[in-house]
Design a protein. Structure first.
Length: 438
């Protein structure tokens, strides 16, 4: 049975790679169209099912054009792929986002945005007034200082303080304009940052287009940009940091990683891993350059709030996202960790730390056995560790899978880039290929 499944996988991979790049895009757009229809039919959240019905048209149209054009001999196939990608971004991101932001204003914020949008905007209002965004925590089974009129879980701000910057335009206008919707600010930053990252990334153009597809155009990006969006600037900043690491611009990589790390905890695995592969232009380890920038930015933006209310800070930024705050969140998906802690509540505070420790040990063993590692290897390890944490956390959402998906794709894209490897790795490869030498 295992052999048969393996053989089927090999055949499927061979078939996929034998298709033209434009045809592969067409299949991806078709799958995205099917996903959008399913989201429109099954989702109970207005922001998501509206996006599904709005996005299905652009996906289907792009799929038809790509698959029909792939049957012909084209002189500028790459140009057509880029044009289709841009049109899909407009149809599946820009238009749905604009409409939902407008409908949210008309409907006074009900339903047309994921809860995190309101959380970011409310916290930005507090920050703009010189107040602490970390106000709520659980004590004796009760949420202290909960915001009235909303579910208890929306009283928490599960980010680092810098994330509030996306809500500052809304705070300045007192929610008076749909143009200041936090999703629009986050989407603009994502598009600009990812565009710069793709321009700097050392990879074949075909692979760059695939990175843009997954990050921006397919539902793995478009759905989140249109409905919530707080993970998308983080991914764009991490990609920019990866591109700078490739070019061995370590201070710039540190800035990009620092901003991501100062916004959300999900950036930390890649940021920490980057210290292992940061190299100067002469091949020497340069982890200290990256670390200094990251530590300086994170401490400067976080310490004042953490010092003011350490208990609330820890409860919001660490305990709540890991499902350890004692507050039920509707974002908890039916993943293995959530199911196990539902059946055995006593494991709720043990599963995530145990997964992190075991996964960290396995990752450390792999890195030690393959040292020195390339940027590609590091990204693959981080992706696997990220996926394990997502699956085994007691309360996490399935949408976080976009992190290991994108990170693994970046690892594959960087695999053949010699500039991302240290001189020791290159020498080891040369010895394996030519043991005798010149």
């Amino acid at each position: 049975m295992v052999h048969r499944l393996s053989l089927t996988g090999v055949r499927a991979r061979s078939w996929w790679l034998s298709r033209r790049a434009l045809a592969r895009d067409g299949y991806l757009y078709a799958a995205a169209g099917a996903f959008a229809i399913g989201m429109g039919w099954t989702s109970t959240q207005p922001a998501q099912w509206h996006w599904g019905y709005l996005a299905v048209g652009p996906y289907v149209a792009a799929a038809v054009v790509a698959l029909v054009a792939a049957r012909r001999v084209l002189r500028r196939e790459t140009l057509l792929r880029i044009v289709l990608l841009a049109l899909v971004v407009v149809g599946a991101v820009v238009i749905p986002l604009g409409l939902e932001a407008r409908w949210r204003q008309i409907d006074h914020g009900v339903g047309f945005a994921q809860p995190e949008v309101s959380v970011i905007e409310r916290s930005a209002t507090l920050v703009s007034r010189g107040q602490d965004p970390y106000r709520s925590y659980v004590h004796d089974g009760r949420v202290v200082d909960a915001v009235k009129g909303i579910p208890p879980y929306q009283s928490f701000f599960p980010y680092f303080p810098l994330m509030a910057v996306f809500g500052l335009p809304s705070a300045a206008t007192h929610n008076g304009s749909d143009l200041t919707d936090a999703r629009i600010i986050m989407s603009l930053m994502t598009l600009v940052t990812s565009g710069l990252a793709l321009a700097l990334l050392r990879a074949p153009r075909e692979r760059k287009i695939l990175v843009a597809l997954v990050l921006l155009a397919l539902p793995s990006g478009a759905l989140f940009l249109s409905t919530g969006g707080d993970d998308m600037p983080i991914l764009a900043l991490l990609l920019l940091g990866v591109a700078f690491l490739q070019r061995r611009s370590n201070y710039l990589a540190g800035v990009s990683f620092a901003v991501a790390a100062a916004m959300k905890l999900t950036a930390w695995p890649v940021v920490a891993g980057s210290l292992l592969v940061a190299r100067s232009r002469d091949g020497r380890r340069a982890w200290l350059r990256v670390a200094l920038v990251v530590v300086a930015v994170v401490v400067a933006t976080t310490l004042p709030y953490a010092w003011h209310a350490p208990h609330a800070f820890i409860a919001n930024v660490f305990a709540f996202p890991l499902g350890l705050a004692g507050v039920h969140s509707p974002a908890a998906s039916a993943l293995p960790g959530h199911l196990v802690t539902t059946w055995f509540p006593v494991l709720g505070h043990l599963l995530a730390p145990a997964t992190l420790m075991i996964g960290g040990y396995v990752a450390a063993r792999y890195l030690r056995d393959h040292w020195p590692v390339t940027l590609s290897q590091l990204l693959m390890v981080v992706s696997a560790l990220f996926l394990a944490i997502i699956l085994m956390s007691s309360a996490t959402r399935v949408g976080y899978v976009i992190y290991p998906l994108n990170i693994a794709l970046w690892g594959w894209v960087c695999r053949e880039t010699d500039e991302s490897a240290s001189p020791d790795v290159l020498e080891r490869r040369r010895v394996l290929v030519d043991p005798v030498g010149p």
